[in-house]
Structure formats: structure tokens, C-alpha cells
Design a binder for this molecule. Structure first.
Ligand SMILES: Cc1cc2nc3c(=O)[nH]c(=O)nc-3n(C[C@H](O)[C@H](O)[C@H](O)COP(=O)(O)OP(=O)(O)OC[C@H]3O[C@@H](n4cnc5c(N)ncnc54)[C@H](O)[C@@H]3O)c2cc1C
Length: 460
């Protein structure tokens, strides 16, 4: 008997671990642990928390449809695993690997518990499109790529020659155990309020397209124009699939296979490569989750953070974007870049404040990709925006939505302004764009200076 724990792999098809389990045969306990360290009540009521609940409700429904059992328990994963190992004849724990700091600590503990009880522990890589260990061998590198373009070239080569297609194992082919022994169900029961949140999430799912339908509709009707339209944030031509990819509800392989070879696929697949680039960094860049501790961010301050978050900066495109984000949990990629760069550079606020805010607000929040976006905006991490190249939000607004229709939609009190004026800062704007840009360049030059490593060429 095996124990399988779902985490960011909330689906019942194309999972690397499922293929291995089917090959070995035997029955197993399939479990999702509702971990309060990751999902407290406040978080569950946020945009990102609601997406997570919907992803979990979908997984639960998939098990039901396949006539298989998914146990939902509430508590600390280590404690629950140990209780199960003591109560039932489990040979080993099977999971998919995750590389965020919390996940690494949690999984190290799970592995230790298994070893202490003489049971096996196996983690499979599933989230990236390329197998990262195999990719390094293919690229003949011991060091990770630090620049996206050469990474992408090699990534395309790997995908052509070594890509391992979707797994074929279906839930119905696995033997799941219906009953847990030792009173585990009662001891780690889901609290009633969380159960009712899940029920509400299942209802919301029923009234919308499934992720698979959403993928098919996107591939059919929007993919061909994606490259030209992705930055036109007033129409938001993105697939909206990130939320499902991040929880594993949608398999990245299925997404890739659905679009590959179609008109316009190249540009969208490039975005999937960016996703892999950040997943690779989380795993191979030891600083990825540590820049705030490695650098002296004291020249920065939180003075204007509230004005930014509450859409009170006086820069129309920023305030419109922050309004959309707060009200809907949605924000097209270009606006994320503009808003994040404005906060970290013009308002000189530590990136971690914006990162935390996005965690609650984004419907498609993902720890690794969110960090990647914030590092990029604040000129940290691999292949980030150079510190002296700061986007001007007014120019961005005029370029990507000249009519100002986006601002009019989210800031109706400005709707009467003519196209030419609507992009301009109001006289009471919290900062002057030109001066704050110059101050940001000075501040980031100082912040980044100590990050020059001995293996990098010295400055001339
Ligand atoms: C400051 C900042 C924060 C971000 N936070 C998140 C986050 O929490 N979760 C998240 O999924 N993405 C994040 N992104 C990346 C990107 O904005 C979103 O993935 C994208 O907007 C999601 O919309 P979509 O599903 O329509 O993507 P599409 O445009 O349809 O792209 C397809 C897929 O490619 C991947 N992708 C697209 N753009 C990027 C990118 N710039 N970097 C990495 N992968 C990408 C995503 O998996 C996405 O679903 C962030 C970007 C920035 C600048």
C-alpha cells in the first residue's frame, strides 16, 4: 500500500507519479492535506484563496466521477503522514516535488518521518515542461542559465528532441483505499467553515467553463492573435489559464500539446518557457527566495505603499490597474510589470511589500512566478530588467491603450477626459515621474553594488 499526497498537482490525469504507481500496481491512499500554514481563513477569502478552493473542488469532483476516493484532511502534513504510517501498512509516500522554501522544509520533514519509520519516500518532478535534471545534461551545463534567450534556444531544442509527452494513466486505473484506519478521519477532520467554502467553490465551478474547455476555446479562437494582442491590456488577450496551471488543475503538457503546431503558438509557448525559466531558478538559484536577506534594502521605504495598493497614486494607469486587481483578482501581464516597476522604482518600496500584496490579490497567484515577476521588476534575479531602464507608466499607457478606454473603465471619474489628457498624472500625484526615476536609479545602483559576485567581471 502506498500513500500519495496531492499538493500543486490538483488533477486526476497526466501525473508522473500516477504513471509510476500504475506500473508498480497495488492500492493506495490518495490524500489532500489542507495545511493551515499555507491557507489560513483570511487567505481563503482572498482572490487567490478562492482559486485554490475551486481547484481543490475540481480535484474532488474528478475523483468522484472516476469512482475513486480522495481523502481531505486538515492539519500539519508531517503529523498526518506519521499518524497514517503508524495506523496503516503503508510501504511509502509518493509526492510531486516542489521547490519553494516552505515546500522544501515540509518535504524534508516528510522524508525524515518516512525514514524514521522505515518506509520509502519518492518525489517526482512534474511541474515544468522540461525535466530540469535531464535538461542540464542535454545542455551539457553544471550551472543554470542566467539569461532567458540562450535558455529558450536550448529549451526549444530539448522540446524537439527529448520532450516526454503527457502520461496516459487515468484515475480510474488506480486502486484507491476508501477507509482510513485509526480514527484519522475524526482526528484531522476538515473544519465546518472550510467545508462550506469548498461547497461554494464547487458551485462556482459548475457555472463556468472547465479549464480544459477554456484551453480548447483559447487555442481555437485567440491563439492566432496572441502575439499582437497580449500587451493590449484593455482587451486582455491572455488565456487566463495561469490559475489552473499553477495549482496543477491543468497539465502544462496538455496545454503545450494542444497548441503546438497551430498558428500563433510560438509566442504562447515562449511564455510557457518563461514559466520553466522561473521554476528552474526556484530550484537552482540559491538566492531566488533570499534576495531580501542578502541585500541591504534600507535605502527603500514603505512610505507610498498604501497609496499604491489603494489606487491613490494620482498616476491614472497605476490607479486603474490597482483598482482592477482589487476588484477582480485579474491583472494582465503588462500591467503587472508597470505596476510592480512603479512601486519598486518610482516609489522606491521594497519588492517584498508588493509581492505580499499580489499574493492575496491575484486570482492566479503562484509563489514562484510571482517572485519571478517581482524580482524582474526590481532588477534582481536572473535576466531582470536593468536597474537604469525604468518604464514610464504614462508612456506605457499611451502606447498600449492610446484611447484610454482601460482607464475610463476602472476610473470612471476620469472618463470625461479627452484621449490626450487621460494618461497624464494629476497635479497631486504622489511623486514626480522624472525626479523619482532619477532617485530610483541612484538607490538601485547602491543596492545592487554588493551583489556583484567574485565570479562576475569587475566594473570598468
Ligand atoms: C509582478 C508580476 C507578478 C506575477 N505574478 C504571477 C503569479 O503570481 N502567478 C502567475 O501565474 N504569473 C505571474 N506573473 C506572470 C504573468 O503575468 C502571468 O503568468 C500571466 O499574466 C497570466 O495570464 P494568462 O494565464 O492569461 O497567461 P498567458 O499570457 O496566456 O500565458 C500562458 C502561460 O504562460 C505563463 N506565463 C505567461 N507570462 C509569464 C511570465 N511573465 N512569467 C512566467 N510565466 C508566464 C503562465 O503560466 C501563463 O498561464 C507575474 C508577472 C509579474 C510581472
Amino acid at each position: 500500500m502506498y500513500l500519495f499526497m496531492h499538493r500543486k498537482d490538483l488533477r486526476g490525469y497526466d501525473l508522473r507519479a500516477f504513471d509510476a504507481i500504475r506500473r508498480r500496481g497495488g492500492e493506495g491512499i490518495h490524500l489532500f492535506v489542507f495545511d493551515p500554514a499555507l491557507a489560513d481563513r483570511r487567505r481563503l477569502d482572498s482572490h487567490s484563496g478562492r482559486t485554490f478552493l475551486r481547484a481543490l473542488a475540481r480535484l474532488f469532483a474528478d475523483y468522484k466521477a472516476a469512482n475513486r476516493t480522495l481523502h481531505l484532511l486538515y492539519g500539519d502534513p508531517g503529523e498526518i503522514a506519521e499518524a497514517l504510517l503508524l495506523a496503516m501498512p503503508i510501504a511509502g509516500l509518493v509526492v510531486h516535488a516542489d521547490y519553494t522554501p516552505y515546500a522544501l522544509r515540509r518535504d524534508a520533514r516528510l522524508q525524515l518521518i518516512c525514514e524514521r519509520h522505515g518506509r520509502g519516500y519518492k518525489a517526482y518532478d512534474d511541474a515544468p515542461l522540461v525535466d530540469l535534471a535531464d535538461f542540464d545534461q542535454f545542455a551539457k551545463r553544471s550551472e543554470p542559465y542566467k539569461v532567458f534567450t540562450p535558455f529558450y534556444r536550448m529549451w526549444l531544442g530539448y522540446m524537439r528532441q527529448c520532450y516526454a509527452p503527457s502520461g496516459k494513466t487515468r484515475l480510474a486505473e488506480l486502486q484507491t483505499i476508501r477507509k482510513l484506519e485509526g480514527g484519522i478521519d475524526a482526528r484531522f477532520r476538515l473544519p465546518a467553515d472550510i467545508f462550506s467554502r469548498l461547497t461554494a467553490a464547487a458551485k462556482a465551478n459548475a457555472s463556468e467553463e472547465s479549464p480544459l474547455e477554456q484551453l480548447a476555446a483559447f487555442a481555437e479562437s485567440s491563439l492566432a492573435d496572441y502575439a499582437e494582442r497580449r500587451d493590449l491590456y484593455a482587451v486582455d488577450a491572455g488565456s487566463g489559464l495561469a490559475r489552473w496551471l499553477n495549482h496543477g488543475t491543468l497539465s502544462p503538457r496538455l496545454a503545450y500539446e494542444t497548441v503546438a503546431g497551430r498558428d500563433g503558438a510560438e509566442s504562447w509557448i515562449r511564455q510557457l518557457a518563461w514559466r520553466d525559466f522561473y521554476l528552474m531558478q526556484a530550484r537552482q538559484n540559491p538566492d531566488y527566495f533570499a534576495y531580501e536577506r542578502l541585500l541591504d534594502l534600507s535605502p527603500l521605504s514603505e512610505t507610498y505603499f498604501d497609496a499604491w495598493a489603494e489606487a491613490r497614486t494620482g498616476i491614472p494607469i497605476i490607479d486603474a490597474a490597482m483598482t482592477q486587481l482589487r476588484e477582480t483578482g485579474e491583472l494582465p501581464n503588462r500591467l503587472r510589470m508597470i505596476a510592480a516597476m512603479f512601486l519598486t522604482k518610482n516609489l522606491r518600496c521594497p519588492f517584498t511589500k508588493g509581492e505580499d500584496y499580489f499574493r492575496d490579490m491575484l486570482a492566479d497567484y503562484d509563489n514562484t512566478l510571482n517572485r519571478g515577476g517581482w524580482l524582474w521588476s526590481s532588477s534582481l534575479g536572473y535576466d531582470a530588467a536593468p536597474y537604469f531602464r525604468i518604464m514610464n507608466p504614462v508612456t506605457q499607457s499611451m502606447t498600449h491603450n492610446p484611447s484610454g478606454s482601460y482607464i475610463r473603465r476602472w476610473l470612471p471619474h476620469l472618463a470625461h477626459l479627452p484621449d490626450k489628457e487621460i494618461h497624464q498624472p494629476i497635479p497631486e500625484a504622489v511623486v514626480d515621474l522624472k525626479r523619482s526615476r532619477a532617485l530610483a536609479i541612484e538607490a538601485y545602483r547602491d543596492i545592487l553594488r554588493p551583489s556583484v559576485r567574485p565570479d562576475e567581471p569587475p566594473e570598468e
